[in-house]
Design a protein around this ligand. Structure first.
Ligand code: GLV
Ligand code: MN
Ligand code: MN
Length: 427
């Protein structure tokens, strides 16, 4: 087994390779990956959809089987608690991520972090390893933003939901988070009951697939995440005039889509010129009334900007707003502006050490994807562990991480928990 426990947690030796059950973790990933899966279309588990609710139910069952106390909080987050007899500290280490996905996404984004947390809890219990604080595994609701802004569950816990965002959806026809909460018997007006004092958290840890190609290109096993990019998102509505597509001559049209079209090429030009490390995307666009034989009267698209530098995102936002200003009746509305965050230097050092103890190669790197960790990082010592993504692909059916790479991440997660426990026991 390779686990030797002498007189303190610092002395727990042996490798996570011996402790983590790679096959069990992989089986969980495969089973969960079937919920919302369609051949050729990957996994679709939009937050609080039937598939996501089924995934929450599946996780609750697995957590209970593993002996965890499970609860769904007022924001529909699923929380599994490990009972620890050796607890001396009232604080909690939370191991977190999410089970919702983008449309036609993959089976690893979010799922790996939650299931690796569950695997760590099992290993700790099987080996009777007590921790000084409580351990919680949390599946945060709506990380991906299928209703509106995303990271809803984690921001709800930190009391950082803005205004009435849960009562508004991003587009007509999409239910609001508040409406969908009722499917689980939760009262949206009581979502504030999910708020917890950040001081109760000793640390927050999230294992995640990289979703980019750096680790694979360098042949490195583990990324210790130093910071997470800022994300700014805006809805742009361009106004035209609906008309008959057969009888309205080209010279008399006021086609909203044609008016909006230049922005599709302008945005990437502006972003590239501003900062080669910045990205900007128009990933959602729709026209109204949306019929083959009607000239588009309205065009709606969403501009997303990501960078570590708020001033760069603000500069591009101002250019887009200026462009919108030149189109009569058109408007730009902010969905959110989330600034970049730095993760905890001390937790990053612990993750790097944990990877080295496990004999895995590790680099420090920034994250270009958004994560629930972002909601906690300003208030709680937060660390993220990345494992490679094949071809750097994610948010698509091709998203893949090998069994051994997934298990490597879980080993580093477990070792990080043990190292944190060791650090606290020597204080
Ligand atoms: C979430 O995965 C995001 O980066 O948008
Ligand atoms: Mn994602
Ligand atoms: Mn994710």
């Amino acid at each position: 087994m390779g686990l030797q426990r002498t007189n303190g947690l610092k002395q727990i030796s042996g490798s996570g390779r011996d402790l983590v059950n790679t096959e069990r973790l992989w089986k969980d990933l495969q089973e969960l990956g079937k919920i919302g899966f369609a051949k050729g279309r990957g996994v679709t588990r939009l937050a609080l959809s039937d598939a996501d609710i089924a995934a929450k139910g599946w996780l609750t069952k697995r957590m209970k089987e593993a002996g965890l106390e499970v609860q769904m909080d007022a924001a529909t987050n699923v929380i599994g608690r490990l009972k620890s007899s050796s607890r001396r500290d009232t604080r909690i280490v939370a191991v977190v991520s999410h089970l919702d996905t983008v449309p036609q996404g993959g089976m690893f984004d979010g799922a790996l972090g939650v299931l690796a947390g569950l695997e760590c809890a099992r290993v700790l219990q099987e080996n009777k390893i007590g921790l000084p604080w409580g351990l919680e595994i949390i599946n945060f609701s709506d990380e991906e933003g299928s209703h509106n802004a995303g990271t809803i569950g984690s921001r709800a816990m930190m009391g950082k939901l803005s205004g009435n965002e849960i009562y508004r959806s991003i587009e007509k026809g999409i239910p609001t988070f508040a409406e969908d909460m009722k499917r689980l018997g939760k009262d949206p007006d009581r979502i504030a009951e999910a708020i917890r004092n950040p001081k109760i958290f000793r640390a927050l840890l999230e294992l995640h697939i990289e979703q980019g190609g750096l680790l694979e290109a360098r042949g490195t096993d583990i990324g210790a995440v130093t910071g997470i990019v800022g994300i700014y998102r805006y809805i742009v509505n361009v106004l035209g005039k609906p008309d008959h597509a057969g009888t309205t001559p080209m010279s008399l049209r006021n086609d909203a889509l044609v008016k909006a079209a230049p922005m599709i090429t302008l945005l990437p030009q502006w972003v590239r010129a501003r900062n080669p490390e910045m990205v900007g995307t128009i990933g959602q666009i729709s026209v109204e009334p949306g019929a083959t034989n009607v000239v588009p009267g309205k065009c709606m698209f969403i501009v997303e900007l990501r960078s570590m530098k708020p001033q760069d995102m603000a500069a591009i936002r101002d250019l887009v707003a200026e462009w919108v200003g030149t189109h009569k009746g058109s408007a730009i509305t902010t969905i959110f502006e989330k600034d970049s965050v730095e993760l905890s230097k001390s937790v990053i050092d612990t993750i790097v050490r944990a990877a080295e103890i496990e004999g895995l190669s590790v680099i420090r790197m920034a994250s270009g994807a958004g994560h629930d960790s972002q909601s906690f990082a300003p208030y709680v010592p937060t660390g993220m562990i990345f494992v490679p993504s094949r071809g750097g692909k994610s948010h698509c059916p091709e998203e893949w991480t090998d069994k051994q790479q997934a298990a490597n991440g879980c080993r580093v997660l477990l070792r990080t928990i043990l190292e944190l426990a060791g650090e606290d026991s020597t204080r």
